[in-house]
Ligand binder design. Structure first.
Ligand code: ADP
Ligand code: MG
Length: 323
């Protein structure tokens, strides 16, 4: 059986990377020491993943390691921040190497992709619970805040929506997918891609941004509320995931609007910036789609392809209301 300190040193401690200069001290002391560049602001965010709530008890550990950092990096992306470092607080029922090795490999592979170093954490015995705090860097006045949308702004979305929710529906036997389609949709659910490069490229171009974790309607709703505005969405122009796009319209609409677990960026930008948004997306090698408009009038209006009003009953994911 591994001791707590063996476990930390074997799976979560690495030699300092030569290409990273913003960390003065990493894992092993009472605190880590970070060196954000002069004049920058720290962007900080925490996300907790709990077994049985955010992932299945038999979740594959490599993908789980990826996902728990991905959802945190997605919050930095939604702020337009550059990832610097993260901490990991881990409760584990037992120190099993068959779990720890793939988990830390998946986690640290994504960390390396974004030069975001693991600088510390806490490890304890208990029901599986993974809590990550990320630290990022942004410039004063350049963060993409939820309260910055303006009437007349275009509303944009990166990538595609709904495949993660479609995979969940298949797991729950709400619908049937063939094996290949299910596997394809499930990879969106288990290994989301945080849109970090896009968030950074949108600094100075976008007004407000949020990442889609609980569903577009609910998450866009946060921007609307904080910005004191409303919006009109062109529901049938929402980009559905590859697998979802083969489903009937009612499912397409429901899962693009209120799917959850997509980790795409929804952002607003002045219509004068359309070309700049497209150039930012191209530099980040991700597609973006214009899906609606910010209105001065409060509330969210859903329109179909003929611009007729739709009345869809949708709820976004709320841990204390739904199951
Ligand atoms: P303390 O008792 O001072 O809080 P710990 O014994 O909890 O220290 O941790 C020892 C060192 O290992 C610290 O630097 C801490 O940040 C780090 N650490 C603990 N758990 C983890 C983990 N899961 N991942 C990365 N670093 C960790
Ligand atoms: Mg500790």
């Amino acid at each position: 059986m591994l001791s707590e300190f063996d476990l930390i040193s074997r799976y979560f401690t690495r030699a300092p990377r030569s290409n990273i200069d913003h960390i003065a001290l990493g894992v092993g002391d009472d605190c880590a020491l970070l060196m954000p560049a002069a004049g920058t602001q720290l962007a900080i965010s925490t996300d907790m993943l709990v077994e049985g709530r955010h992932f299945f008890p038999d979740a594959e550990p490599f993908a789980l390691g990826h996902k728990c950092l991905a959802v945190n990096l997605s919050d930095l992306a939604a702020m337009g921040a550059r990832p610097l470092a993260f901490t990991l607080a881990l409760a584990l029922p037992e120190a099993r190497e068959e779990w720890l090795k793939p988990f830390s490999t998946g986690l640290l592979a994504l960390a390396d992709l974004h030069q975001c170093e693991l600088i510390g954490g806490d490890t304890t015995k208990g029901p599986l619970n993974i809590c990550i705090t990320v630290f990022g860097e942004t410039l004063p006045g350049q963060a993409l805040r939820r309260d910055a949308a303006q009437p007349g702004d275009d509303i944009w979305i990166s990538g595609t929506l709904g495949d993660a929710r479609l995979a969940l529906a298949a797991y729950r036997n709400e619908l049937v997918l063939d094996a290949a389609s299910h596997a394809q949709a499930a990879s969106r659910m288990h290994q989301p891609t945080p849109r970090v490069a896009l968030g950074m490229a949108l600094r100075g171009i976008a007004h407000a941004a949020i990442d889609i974790s609980d569903g577009l309607v609910g998450d866009l709703g946060h921007i609307l509320k904080r910005s004191g505005v409303g919006a009109t969405l062109a529901v049938d122009s929402l980009p559905a995931g590859t697998v979802l796009s083969r489903q009937p319209q009612a499912i397409r609409r429901r899962f693009t609007l209120a799917g959850g677990d997509d980790y795409e960026l929804c952002f607003t930008a002045a219509s004068a910036n359309r070309a700049a948004v497209q150039a930012a997306a191209q530099s980040a090698t991700i597609g973006v789609t214009r899906i609606g408009t910010i209105d001065a009038k409060s509330g969210l209006r859903l329109h179909d392809a003929n611009d007729a009003a739709l009345d869809l009953q949708l709820t976004s994911f709320d841990h204390f209301r739904s199951t």
